[in-house]
Design a protein around this ligand. Structure first.
Ligand code: AMP
Length: 433
């Protein structure tokens, strides 16, 4: 069964004391809370996790010198086989937590088919995680990963499943479809991962699919749930999937202020946005920029205008077919096209390390009653300053509602967003090589 609606935009379709680690036991759940920075980490190396030599080699080739704070805290717990709920800010290496834990724990010579299942909410994120399994699992030649999502022929999926991948990454609707057709079996499953889990569980239909998939998997398995934001409701829901879980919080939400990101707003009338945008693109220094708009039609139109003005722009939105989406994702990831116009499809999880500027051409709008526009702001802006680099976020404000959203963002994340000054020093938002 394929869902009509898309899996992205609308429902369905991280001072000394800060780095202190606090542990407390709460019912049958253990909590670890730390300040979320990259400093003071250099005493720990990936070797301290006693990982397989094949993994250490791939980690080194990936250019990872030291584990990030979330990795230092979560990888040992994950390797113990504990269920974990892991909250850490965007871009601090959450993916490698479960990717490394799974690759380390799976039999490297003769892994069972579908030993691990990773569910995510968009096709692009599924593809990105699958690629991370391939990159870090490069020297574990018998451990195969495959990715499955809607928009691709189910029969092609069936063929790929005959290769018995040990790791399956996908979006819930397609995974459930493959299960119901008996193409996919979960009887050997040992790892169940939900990435960007609040985004997944707050969507009714997606939540239902996830629950159904979950009930078809063996009771004895390790559950890992990860996200930058966890609302109270989602935390409660998530706990239903876990046994004796450990909660790892790299900073609390109020401090999830996106370190390293310079944030400004601009008061601009709707009919002056294009002129302002073009001025910014002409005057700011950037490696890559993501411009967020509210609707697919606006993404298409704005991209057209930018291209007409000779800006190297491309767009990704849910109106494209899946091949086009993945192709454009790859192009942007490889740096072909330096400006990406996107809907909220790209607001979460997607990792583009060269992006140093995010522009909210339209401020985020509320999505569901549990997922608000403030979370979306955090996730959108988190597309820059990945892994401790610098970044700049500029929000266009053109209505009282958008001004209200800006106010709420500042209250929730305890930060001050000032009006864009006439000049900004480049070294404030761009890493100098
Ligand atoms: P994530 O938060 O998982 O999306 O990761 C953000 C970026 O950081 C990705 O490009 C990762 O490849 C990269 N990354 C993850 N862990 C490390 C590490 N220990 N050292 C350097 N880069 C890393």
């Amino acid at each position: 069964m394929e869902h009509n609606q898309d899996e992205d935009l609308n429902p369905y379709s991280e001072d000394e004391d800060q780095n202190e680690t606090k542990k407390k036991t709460d019912g049958d759940q253990t909590k670890t809370t730390t300040g979320g920075t990259l400093s003071n980490l250099h005493s720990t190396g990936f070797k301290d996790f006693l990982l397989k030599a094949e993994l250490i080699r791939a980690i080194s080739e990936a250019g990872f010198e030291h584990p990030s704070e979330v990795q230092v805290n979560a990888i040992p717990r994950a390797l113990e086989g504990k269920d974990i709920i892991c909250q850490a800010k965007s871009g601090m290496g959450k993916t490698a937590v479960f990717v490394l834990a799974i690759l380390q724990s799976i039999d490297s010579k003769k892994p069972d088919p579908v030993s691990a299942l990773v569910l995510v909410h968009t096709k692009e994120l599924a593809y990105q995680i699958h690629r991370e399994f391939e990159r870090l699992g490069k020297y574990l030649v018998s451990v195969k990963s495959q990715v499955f999502y809607g928009g691709i022929s189910v029969e092609k999926d069936r063929e790929r499943l005959t290769e018995d991948p040990a790791i399956v990454v996908g979006t819930p609707a397609r995974i459930l479809d493959l299960y119901r057709r008996k193409y996919l079996k979960f009887d050997k499953l040992r790892f169940f991962v939900l990435d960007e889990c609040d985004k997944m569980l707050d969507q009714k239909e997606m939540g239902r699919d996830i629950t159904e998939i979950f009930t078809k998997t063996p009771i004895d398995k390790q559950v890992m749930m990860l996200s930058a934001t966890f609302s109270k409701e989602v935390r409660k829901l998530a706990s239903k999937f876990m046994q004796d879980s450990e909660e790892i919080l790299i900073d609390d939400e109020a401090k999830l202020v996106l370190e390293g990101i310079l944030q400004y707003y601009v008061n601009v009338r709707e009919d002056q946005k294009n002129k302002k945008l073009s001025d910014l693109l002409d005057n700011l220094l950037f490696n890559q920029v993501i411009i967020f708009v509210s609707k697919v039609e606006r993404a298409i139109e704005l991209n057209k205008i930018l291209r007409e003005c000779n800006f190297p722009s491309l767009t990704i939105h849910s109106g494209l077919n899946v091949e086009d989406r993945i192709e454009r994702y790859k192009q942007f990831k490889e740096g072909i096209g330096r400006i990406l116009v996107s809907t909220d499809l790209f607001a979460r999880g997607v990792d583009m390390e060269k992006v140093n500027i995010v522009i909210n051409y339209d401020m985020p709008k509320p999505l569901t009653d549990k997922q608000d526009e403030i979370d979306t702001y955090l996730h959108r802006v988190g597309r820059t300053a990945r892994f401790g680099t610098k970044g700049l976020a500029i929000s266009f404000v053109s209505s009282p509602d958008e001004l209200e959203t800006l106010k709420k963002v500042q209250e929730r994340f305890v930060l001050k967003i000032s009006e864009l000054p006439d000049t900004i020093e480049t070294d404030q938002y761009m890493n100098q090589s």
